[in-house]
Structure formats: structure tokens, C-alpha cells
Design a protein around this ligand. Structure first.
Ligand SMILES: O=P(O)(O)OC[C@H]1O[C@H](OP(=O)(O)OP(=O)(O)O)[C@H](O)[C@@H]1O
Ligand SMILES: O=c1[nH]c(=O)c2nc[nH]c2[nH]1
Ligand SMILES: [Mg+2]
Length: 169
């Protein structure tokens, strides 16, 4: 099911960058929760990509209850039907009130649309947002164009790069 334009550009994110951007997201979300002093009841990461950002946000905002919802929608760069593989406890989640749901990015918005249907009162936050899906998230840090593929540090490895002025040998 991939009727979409190819990704012409690449946006390569380092560990340092994702750490800085996750912190920036956390500071933006501080005091926005419904609890005493604007605290959040819990943070739910959309696995797998939301886990590292959620951990950083949880640390910044001193939230100790962190759970996961597992949604699979891509195999490499090909999009498939979004599917929930694992959910947090229903008693904890309720309708999502006081829950901060974190993901690394929103692209078409299908993943968040699915999770929003389950928890309509939750607050959704992503590090990066592409225009098509941006309306599905309540907060984000940076936008990238729709034809850009974001490469995260956990999907990359350092590699030798030959010098620009190469040798014939
Ligand atoms: O807005 P959408 O078009 O739905 O795409 C965004 C989702 O796609 C990626 O997850 P993926 O399904 O690839 O799984 P992963 O997090 O385990 O890599 C990404 O981490 C988001 O969760
Ligand atoms: O690593 C990723 N980069 C992306 O740009 C993207 N869009 C959907 N799913 C994605 N995964
Ligand atoms: Mg994901």
C-alpha cells in the first residue's frame, strides 16, 4: 500500500540533536498537564520510535509512570495499515485524560489517528511533524517537508567516507 511520492530528501538526526529536540519538547509541555502544578499522570510512548523521546521527556518532567503502545505501520519506507500490537492498561488510560502520548514523528498522521480514537482526551506530542499529519499532534518541535525521510540515529551507523578528492589507486 504505497501510493505515495518517493522521499527526495533525507534529514539525518544525530543522538545529540534528538536529545536537544526532546528536551525542547519537554519544556514546552511543562505545566500543561491537568494534575496539581500542571503535572502529567503518565507518559505513553508509541513504540518503537517514541521510546527514546518519551524517556527524555519523562526525565525532564519528572514523570515516573511510563508505558508503551505498540503501533506498526511501516516496513522500511513502505506504509501499511496501522495496527495496534500492544496497549497499556485500560484502567490507567481511561479516555486518555492526563496522559501524554509521545512519538518521534508524525508523517501521514495515520498512527496518531488510530491512537487518538482509543484515547480521545490524551495530549499528543511529537518531535518532528510533516505537514500532512501535523494536525494530529498537539505539539511538535520542528516541521520537515512531506518528501523528506527522517533518518534517526538508531537506524544509522558511522561509516567510512572516502575523501572528496579521491585517489585512483
Ligand atoms: O504518521 P504516520 O504516517 O503514521 O507515520 C509515523 C509513524 O511511523 C513510524 O513508526 P513505524 O510504524 O515505522 O514503527 P517504529 O516506530 O517501530 O519504527 C514513526 O515512528 C511513527 O510512529
Ligand atoms: O524513520 C522514519 N522516518 C520517516 O520520515 C518516517 N515517516 C514515517 N515513518 C518514518 N520513519
Ligand atoms: Mg513509530
Amino acid at each position: 500500500m504505497n501510493d505515495r511520492l518517493p522521499h527526495e530528501k533525507g534529514f539525518h538526526v544525530s543522538w545529540d540533536q534528538i536529545h536537544r529536540d526532546s528536551r525542547a519538547l519537554a519544556w514546552r509541555l511543562d505545566h500543561k498537564g491537568p494534575g496539581e502544578d500542571g503535572a502529567w499522570k503518565a507518559i505513553v510512548a508509541i513504540t518503537r520510535g517514541g521510546m527514546a523521546p518519551a524517556m527524555i521527556v519523562a526525565r525532564e518532567l519528572d514523570v515516573r509512570t511510563v508505558d508503551t503502545i505498540s503501533v506498526k505501520s511501516y516496513a522500511h519506507q513502505d506504509q501499511h495499515e496501522a495496527e495496534v500490537l500492544k496497549k497499556p492498561d485500560d484502567a490507567m488510560m481511561g479516555d486518555g485524560t492526563g496522559i501524554l502520548v509521545v512519538d518521534d514523528l508524525v508523517d501521514t498522521g495515520r498512527t496518531l489517528e488510530l491512537v487518538r480514537k482509543l484515547y480521545p482526551k490524551a495530549h499528543f506530542a511529537c518531535i518532528y511533524a510533516k505537514p500532512e499529519g501535523a494536525k494530529q499532534t498537539d505539539d511538535y518541535v520542528t516541521t520537515v517537508s512531506q518528501d523528506t525521510w527522517i533518518f534517526f540515529p538508531w537506524d544509522m551507523a558511522l561509516q567510512y567516507a572516502p575523501p572528496y578528492r579521491g585517489t585512483d589507486a
